[in-house]
Design a protein around this ligand. Structure first.
Ligand code: HEC
Length: 159
């Protein structure tokens, strides 16, 4: 067999093997994706007791509702993509941790001291632009805060 032909054959064999490999990888990825949908995180909103929720001045409440309530209250508006794993796990994790850390729907359960600390931390978090989480702002441009919004938040927190 001429040498050139031998090389071409070898290349063809490799090509077929790579294609077969990619096919297997794609099927595995698809199977994993479909299988992942079975694991559904908790996406419930506990009931809101009006007697417990945070009731600041309307201009402050408006900003907080727009920028923070999806993760820091029991009034989460779950986006459509929070139905789809693995994004659903990420979103539900943020809401779970956010609520655990600060829940405006259960504000009056906190002690007087705790509320003071949290109010201070809220100003800190927005001043440092740690909150709203930068990754959240990608999908929620409406939650962006202006300098004026940040100032309003901090004035109300007494800073
Ligand atoms: C996408 C969900 C999400 C949004 C929106 C969001 N937060 Fe958070 N927030 C979190 C999570 C998750 C934590 C807990 C972080 C941790 O424990 O490391 C947190 C923690 C905090 C804390 C505790 C201190 C800290 O920095 O860890 C404060 C205060 C806070 N957020 C304020 C706010 C305020 C104010 C807004 C709106 C301007 C906001 N957050 C918007 C998810 C969010």
């Amino acid at each position: 067999m001429p040498r050139g032909l031998g090389n071409t054959c070898a290349q063809l064999i490799v090509l077929v093997q790579v294609k077969r490999f990619l096919k297997v990888v794609s099927w595995c990825a698809l199977a994993l994706f479909v299988g992942a949908q079975v694991i559904r995180p908790d996406r419930t909103n506990p009931p809101v007791d009006p007697a417990l929720q945070y009731r600041p001045a309307p201009e402050l409440e408006k900003i907080l509702r727009r920028a923070c309530y999806n993760c820091h209250s029991n009034e989460t508006k779950w986006p459509w993509y929070s139905n789809i794993a693995p994004v659903s796990w990420l979103v539900a994790g943020h809401v779970r941790d956010g609520r655990r850390r600060l829940n405006f729907s259960e504000w009056r359960r906190y002690s007087e001291d705790r509320r003071k600390v949290l109010t201070y931390e809220v100003c800190e978090a927005v001043e440092s632009q740690a909150m709203p989480m930068p990754s959240y702002l990608w999908m929620h441009p409406e939650a962006k805060l202006s300098d004026e919004d940040r100032e309003t938040i901090c004035v109300f927190s007494g800073q």
